[in-house]
Ligand binder design. Structure first.
Ligand code: PLP
Ligand code: MN
Length: 393
């Protein structure tokens, strides 16, 4: 569902059609051409490897973008939260997977009701589990919701991150059997996401981490199938490692999300030869609001972009003229000359930042400003609502 002009705040409505240099700051801007090239690269990559892609919507949190991805070939979306699933479903997305554990009774009931709604629309909801308790609670919520359509359930195995998931092997078999024994739960396969491998800087380190994950997933799948239970799908992967899961022959679905916007943290990874050449598509436009001989200050601080994965990059400067961004607090960034020939920008100058981490950056904004024609001469084409902003339950 597109954000119709009537729903937009006045200042944003007035932005549509404006040249980029007139966008007020700070602003979260999407380079639509770069984003669409990223979508195309991902579609071609998945097609080449004959894997499905189910992008992670925890990153963009927008139904409009999700539907654009599905038009390009994505098979449904991942989310992390029930409330994200609700927000995207309300915007027209019908095939959703909560790739995370949910234990709270109220949330499980909402998930069960959403599963029924999506099934009635010809869609579906799936969810991950990693405990007997989680399975019992989900089953009870599905009974209370009274839906016959059921819900697809993935058993999560811990393939190296040390976060959620049971150890690969017998513990996963026991959970798969527990799922299959429940009337409204359908065992859909294994969730095998290696989060901490995504930003291992060296390509060889990432390859080794995913080789381990692939082996663990393959062995667990074989164990479950040997017990007579088919494992329809192994799902996982992120932007940092997708070349390995895609080539594994074990993973049937890729969950990468950040490929769409690409942040500074991902830019710091050593490139893998086979990795599609994803480009930065998410930027914070900022203005120099104070200037001193030693440094200048811009109007984008950590209320404009997340700093959990490092500071933003100042975009578009050759290395010899590079500027370094230092955190200046909630509303400020302090810029220093970094390259040998760097000159501090003048008061009033507009600059573009590449955020350190795209997911929590998007979550700081209600709208994304979509620009067509590039950051130098482009125009604002559309305003995209961040439907699941703040959806944390
Ligand atoms: N799958 C799961 C379960 C995740 O938690 C994440 C991100 O944290 C992803 C996929 C997507 O990873 P990325 O945004 O790095 O591509
Ligand atoms: Mn992330």
């Amino acid at each position: 569902m597109r954000s119709t002009p009537e729903h937009l705040p006045e200042h944003l409505r007035a932005t549509v059609g404006l040249r980029v240099d007139l966008i007020d700051t700070p602003a979260l801007v999407v380079d639509l051409d770069a984003m669409e090239r990223n979508i195309q690269r991902m579609a071609e990559f998945a097609h080449k490897h004959q894997v499905r892609w189910r992008p992670h919507a925890k990153m963009h949190k927008s139904a409009e973008i999700a539907l654009q991805l599905e038009k390009a070939g994505a098979r449904g979306h991942c989310v992390q939260k029930v409330s994200e699933a609700e927000a995207l479903a309300a915007g027209g997305v019908a095939d959703l997977y909560i790739s995370n554990e949910v234990l709270g009774g109220a949330k499980l009931l909402r998930a069960a009701r959403l599963a029924a709604q999506l099934a009635a629309r010809g869609g579906r909801l799936a969810i991950a589990v990693d405990s007997e308790e989680g399975i019992t609670r989900l089953s009870e919520a599905m009974r209370v919701a009274g839906s016959d359509a059921g819900i697809d359930v993935f058993v999560e195995i811990d393939v190296g991150q040390g976060r959620c998931g049971v150890p690969p092997g017998p513990a996963a078999l026991a959970l798969a059997q527990a799922v299959a024994a429940q009337p409204r739960l359908h065992f859909a396969g294994l969730q095998a996401y290696h989060g901490s491998a995504q930003h291992l800087r060296g390509a060889a380190e990432r390859r080794a981490a995913i080789a381990h994950a692939v082996q663990a997933a393959a062995d667990t799948r074989a164990l479950i199938e040997a017990a007579g239970l088919p494992v329809p799908l192994v799902t996982g992967s992120g932007t940092g490692t997708l070349v390995h899961e895609a080539a594994s022959g074990v993973y049937g679905e890729l969950q990468a999300g950040s490929f769409l916007f690409m942040d500074a943290d991902y830019a710091a990874n050593e490139r893998e030869g086979a990795q599609p050449a994803f480009e930065h598509a998410l930027f914070v436009k900022t203005q120099v609001i104070s200037a001193r001989p030693t440094h200048v200050v811009c109007d984008a601080g950590h209320k404009s972009h997340a700093v959990d994965s490092g500071m933003p990059l100042v975009w578009g400067l050759p290395p010899e003229r590079a500027l370094r961004y230092a955190n200046g607090g909630d509303e400020h960034g302090v810029l220093h000359a970094a390259g040998p020939k760097a000159r501090l920008p003048a008061l009033g100058r507009m600059l573009w930042l590449v955020p350190g981490h795209c997911d929590p950056t998007v979550n700081l904004h209600d709208y994304l400003i979509g620009v067509r024609g590039g950051l130098a001469h482009g125009v604002v084409e559309r305003i995209i609502r961040v439907d699941a902003r703040g959806a944390v339950t």
